[in-house]
Design a protein around this ligand. Structure first.
Ligand SMILES: [Zn+2]
Length: 255
């Protein structure tokens, strides 16, 4: 019975580790980091598009400015060459020139605006790129951390498996199978130790005296509350009850 109990405790330890593995797989933050990264990348590409559009606009503006400046210069030349005598035509060219100069000024202001906007977009672009790098780094750090945790748990499971094999050698296969079969109907513990001299170690309820006496006389007993098979160890007995000498277990269970 003692060996089966040890087996049971090791088994429970192992099951707890499996639960830990499951929890690690469920909530390790990797998915969240991946989503964060995806969001940043989306933003990154959007900024890139805006920058490209701005560059195109800037280029267009430059060409257009160059054309207008050229046009203004040729108009000025014509105006001051003295070749045009018709005052009507002169007035017309003068008006046109003013319009173009106004347009040039507007475009120059716009050009400055684009330049400034481009400047801050590029800074934002670089910042987002850095953020992406950080997220990537964090992801691989977490991934490594997870790997190590997995490894540590798996190592512990391997140790437990080894211990289980060792214990199993000291139990008959029938006994072991019986235990495993019966255990299916009990969550975790099929066997519970009596603790504090009078308490079930499975459900922590105090046991009635007749039950306790039954155990003390070496007979098998089951907890009234949780149905677990109780294990009674002499050492757990308080000193007052040392009247009759405890017999070895009379049940069929082997050590
Ligand atoms: Zn109980």
């Amino acid at each position: 019975m003692q060996k089966i109990y040890e087996y049971q405790e090791k088994l429970m330890e192992k099951e707890k580790l499996f639960t830990e593995l499951e929890q690690l797989a469920k909530k390790n933050g990797l998915l969240e980091l991946k989503n964060q990264y995806r969001g940043k990348k989306h933003l990154f590409l959007k900024i890139r598009q805006r920058i490209d559009a701005m560059y195109a606009e800037q280029k267009q503006m430059e060409t257009s400015l160059k054309d207008e400046t050229e046009l203004a210069r040729s108009m000025e030349e014509a105006l001051y060459s003295g070749d045009i005598k018709d005052p009507k035509e002169l007035g017309f060219i003068q008006d046109k020139l003013e319009q173009i100069q106004e347009s040039i000024e507007k475009k120059q202001t716009e050009q400055k605006r684009i330049k400034n906007a481009l400047h801050s977009e590029i800074a934002y672009y670089q910042y987002t790129g850095e953020e992406m790098k950080k997220l990537q780094q964090k992801f691989s750090e977490n991934q490594n951390d997870l790997k190590n945790k997995h490894q540590a748990i798996n190592d512990r499971i391997a140790t437990i498996n080894h211990a289980l094999e060792t214990i199993a050698k000291e139990i008959t296969p029938e006994e072991l199978n019986d235990f495993l079969e019966k255990r299916k109907h009990h969550q975790g513990r099929l066997y519970a130790k009596v603790i504090h001299g009078n308490t079930c170690g499975g459900c922590y309820q105090k046991m009635p005296t007749p039950l306790l006496n039954r155990l003390k006389s070496g007979k098998s007993a089951v907890c009234d509350h949780c149905d677990r098979i109780l294990l009674y160890e002499k050492e757990e007995t308080p000193a007052k009850e040392e009247t009759h000498k405890q017999k070895r277990k009379t049940s069929t269970k082997k050590k």
